[in-house]
Design a protein around this ligand. Structure first.
Ligand code: AMP
Length: 302
């Protein structure tokens, strides 16, 4: 089943203790789409400027990603720059230049309107909702990501969009900020009242916790020997997670658990190299092998 993602496509400048790149393809929708492309056909709704070149496009085309919904407009593509601390636990944003992204009004090409799996990447909640309004009928699953900026500035709009969302993927600080609850279990109960029935709390190197209204599931972070660039880990997690669900075509206890593992697998690959590099040429075998290692890592008997 086709999976539609709306979000940022960007050029990023990234500095980590392992090196520095001045301009590399990034943006939440890029990481998401590449990660999800290993599981399901992916459609992207985004905006880019006239500096988005054929070689950038070929990164998506190389993975069979549908770019019909990517609007090209005169001007520069969204630019973001960030620097990581020595232990990579902290990130300083050095620049956010919205450029053409400032005038982004997502428009779905008619061929996208039958999408049944939708991921609303971290953008203005009003724009997220406008995407849902353009879809024919009720999508099967809507996932959503957001951040402190939108939780602070557009709480009413975010609540409205959450009413139409089944799966919310955010980090622990955002969970607390959205609900005013410090305890994550209580926060999850609060979120269930807003609309979503599944909360996926991304915890960086510590893994991810899924709180469903009927069960809990937790995956650790994959113990990597080298992390070169944490940028896009959360978006890649969401891509692997939603991509797997779209490929399974149904949501239940079993598919949600597996989605958590595939999300973690794709997130762990993403951070091994700078930008989207590692997500461009993975193999099914590599993905399966890492998923298997997750299973070994967490299996025990009582
Ligand atoms: P993450 O590491 O999951 O926070 O994702 C980083 C990616 O998000 C980078 O590739 C950026 O281009 C993109 N990004 C950074 N700030 C924003 C923003 N305000 N809105 C949308 N995308 C952003």
């Amino acid at each position: 089943m086709s999976l539609l993602v709306v979000g940022s496509v960007a050029f990023d400048a990234i500095e980590t203790p392992f090196g520095k790149v001045d301009r590399t393809l990034g943006g939440a929708a890029s990481y998401f789409a590449l990660a999800a492309s290993y599981f399901a056909p992916v459609r992207v709704v985004a905006i880019v400027g006239d500096d988005f070149a054929a070689k950038d496009e070929s990164v998506f085309r190389g993975r069979g990603i549908d770019l019909t919904g990517v609007e090209r407009t005169p001007g520069k593509t969204f630019f973001w720059a960030g620097r990581y601390s020595q232990n990579m636990n902290q990130r300083t944003t050095l620049a956010t230049e919205l450029n053409v992204f400032a005038n982004f009004r997502p428009t779905l090409p008619p061929v996208y309107c039958d999408s049944s799996f939708i991921f609303l990447g971290n953008i203005d909640p009003t724009l997220q909702l406008s995407v849902l309004h353009q879809v024919n009928g009720r999508p099967k699953v809507v996932g959503l990501d957001t951040m402190n900026y939108w939780i602070d500035r557009t709480p009413a709009e975010l609540r409205e969009t959450l009413k139409h969302t089944q799966i919310l993927t955010i980090n622990d600080d955002e969970t607390r900020q959205l609900t005013g609850e410090h305890n994550l279990m209580r926060a999850a109960r609060h979120i269930f009242k807003l609309g979503p029935r599944t909360l996926v709390i991304k915890r960086g190197e510590h893994g991810a916790l899924m709180v469903h209204d009927k069960f809990l599931f937790s995956v650790p972070g994959y113990p990597l020997e080298e992390v070169h660039d944490p940028t896009g880990a959360g978006d890649s997690f969401a891509g692997g997670f939603m991509g797997y669900l779209a490929s399974a075509g149904r949501i239940n206890n079993q598919t949600l658990r597996r989605a958590m593992v595939y999300g973690s697998v794709l997130g762990s690959f993403a951070v091994e190299r700078f930008g989207v590099e590692r997500l461009m040429h993975l193999t099914r075998r590599e993905i399966r092998a890492r998923a298997h290692r997750f299973s070994q890592l967490t299996s025990f008997q009582l």
